[in-house]
Ligand binder design. Structure first.
Ligand code: AMP
Ligand code: MG
Length: 328
């Protein structure tokens, strides 16, 4: 079975074609970069509306299939920015109706986890999902993907982007911050470490780092200290989730998974516990259509059906609301 998945939760509009063995036949995407400042939902949605058709066409061409061979279409139903989600959902509905194929709306966070299970050796991992808008630690337990810890305010990518913006670094700031941190030769500068139970919060760190910047702290030292602090928080919560859920696999997902310092820290923790770490290929870590297609396939195969009338987007769609019929 061939499924085309459409992703449009935030700044990226993507389309990918995946088959029933989780072979990714194509994975096309385009990212909206705001000319200045942060992401504006309406402007990102306008970008997606303009680009979604060419992206879908490119995905079908790259996969070397015809539209008539697609048997299922899936889309990111949430969580995400309303106007962006609606653009992807509308494109998916049009495809479903015009091709006469079923449609399925999927949870974006679960898609990050399932593409990791589908394309790596991970079987029952704890997912550390670190992206612009989301930061969650997720694992399967008793029929659902449970959130073992999450950010209480902004996503870690968003923190890095905001921090970068204050220093004149354009979006996405994460990669540049990683480079600057690697250049640092100064000692670690303490920043607020805020893990509350299993949850974490980033806003205090942002305020503190910005204050240190105003006091004249060197940028590489700040980037290094920022990375060390927030990644240690993420690794701590992930380790506790591993212990609590009694799992021995860690999976990384989301755009921040590209960071090599985070990978090293997480890998070290996993090794110390005798656990294994998995990182999907980077085009499958960031927001992408292929992961949406794969989760659509899993859901469809488990018997889940969704009439078009039930495909309304869900901006605050929670990971643990979904009954995971395909893992029973
Ligand atoms: P996503 O929301 O999953 O598409 O990921 C985008 C986020 O990942 C942005 O906030 C980027 O700043 C961040 N990001 C990308 N590459 C890196 C990196 N090498 N280190 C840290 N953050 C990164
Ligand atoms: Mg994402």
């Amino acid at each position: 079975m061939l499924c085309l998945g459409i992703e449009s939760t935030a700044h990226t509009v993507g389309a990918g074609v995946v088959d029933g063995k989780c072979d990714v036949l194509s994975n096309e995407m385009e990212t909206y970069v705001p000319p200045k400042g942060g992401i504006h939902p309406r402007e990102a949605a306008n970008h997606h509306a303009e680009r979604v058709v060419p992206v879908i066409q490119a995905a079908v061409e790259k996969a070397r299939v015809g539209f008539s061979e697609l048997e299922l279409v899936s889309f990111s139903q949430g969580p995400g920015l309303g106007p962006c989600l609606r653009t992807g959902a509308t494109a998916a509905r049009s495809l479903s109706v015009s091709l006469g194929i079923p449609i399925i709306g999927v949870n974006h966070c679960i898609a990050h986890l399932e593409i990791g299970r589908g394309t790596t050796e991970a079987r029952d991992p704890v997912l550390l999902y670190v992206s612009g808008g989301n930061t969650q630690v997720i694992a399967y337990m008793a029929g659902r993907y449970r959130i073992f810890g999450e950010t209480l305010d902004i996503g870690v990518g968003n923190l890095l982007d905001k921090f970068g913006r204050g220093m004149g670094i354009a979006f996405p700031a994460g990669p540049k911050i990683e480079k600057l941190a690697a250049m640092n030769t100064d000692p670690y500068m303490p920043l607020p470490y805020s893990v509350k139970g299993m949850d974490i919060s980033f806003s205090g760190i942002l305020t503190a780092a910005e204050a240190k910047k105003r006091e004249g702290a060197p940028t590489p030292q700040l980037c290094h200290s920022m990375q060390e602090t927030v990644f240690a928080m993420l690794v701590e919560v992930t380790e506790r989730a591993l212990a609590h859920a009694e799992k021995d696999e860690v999976l990384l997902g989301g755009g921040v998974a590209a960071n090599s310092r985070l990978r090293r820290m997480l890998g070290r923790m996993a090794a110390d516990r005798g656990a294994k770490m998995f990182v999907p290929e980077s085009h499958l870590c960031i927001d992408n259509g292929a992961m949406i297609a794969w989760l659509g396939l899993l859901m469809h195969r488990s018997g889940i059906r969704m009439p078009v009338t039930r495909t309304r987007i869900r901006q605050r769609f929670r990971t643990d609301e979904v009954e995971v019929a395909w893992r029973k």
